[in-house]
Design a protein around this ligand. Structure first.
Ligand SMILES: O=c1ccn([C@H]2C[C@H](O)[C@@H](COP(=O)(O)O)O2)c(=O)[nH]1
Ligand SMILES: [Zn+2]
Length: 197
């Protein structure tokens, strides 16, 4: 009997083009990256547990109390102390420190960029067991080679995420569209509330 039950899909009017979990969590990491003040590289990270719950989000930025209008964002200043790399907290580290659970053991971290060696140490020590990354553009650098060496030794899995489509657009006006016509129901003037209102 049970085998003959038609699949729910045939009778339901469920949306079919919703995003999958991997797109959802990777997009969350990319959205977090948009908070970064780094003018060159914006990185976001999103930590997810076995129940598909987000338990930590982070992006690269200056440490708390270190004014990001004063601390340097340059990377090629002759004065080493005036380069960002000495100061910036990496996205992965921030995501781990921002966790909203007691620990992130056995979790998966979604990251825009393959984690550097310093982040690999944080990932390993925090008990994260899987890394899903988008870009490995620094694969040739010693920081990435060292990172992979440690992750391999510690048994942390990592794999590159290839999204089905290159872009995922967020349109704030869509909530005002009619289901049928897909046209805006009201002019933009209704949406002119500013962020701090
Ligand atoms: O694992 C990583 C590696 C780097 N970041 C951050 C740190 C910096 O803000 C930028 C890298 O700057 P470049 O100008 O590309 O050298 O990315 C990170 O968050 N996580
Ligand atoms: Zn790092």
């Amino acid at each position: 009997m049970g085998d003959r039950t038609p699949p729910l899909r045939s009778g339901s009017s469920k949306r079919e083009d919703y995003i999958g979990w991997n797109d959802y969590f990777m997009a969350t990491a990319f959205l977090a990256a948009k908070r970064s003040k780094d003018p060159v590289t914006q990185v976001g990270a999103c930590i997810v547990n076995d129940d598909k719950r987000i338990v930590g989000i982070g992006y690269n930025g200056m440490p708390t109390g270190c004014n990001d209008d004063i601390f340097p964002w340059k990377k090629d200043n002759n004065n080493i102390l005036e380069n960002k790399h000495l100061y910036v907290c990496h996205a992965e580290m921030n995501a781990i420190l921002n966790k909203n659970t007691s620990d992130v053991k056995n979790c998966t971290i979604y990251v825009a960029l393959f984690p550097c060696n310093e982040c690999a140490k944080f990932i390993i020590q925090s008990g994260i067991k899987e890394i899903i990354y988008m870009s490995d553009k620094h694969a040739h650098k010693v920081t990435t080679i060292a990172s992979k060496k440690m992750l391999d030794a510690a048994g942390v899995r990592y794999w590159q995420y290839i999204p089905k489509s290159e872009k995922l657009v967020i349109d704030f006006t869509k909530i005002n569209w009619n289901d049928m016509s897909q046209l805006p129901t009201s002019p933009m003037k209704n949406l002119e509330l500013s962020d701090n209102e």
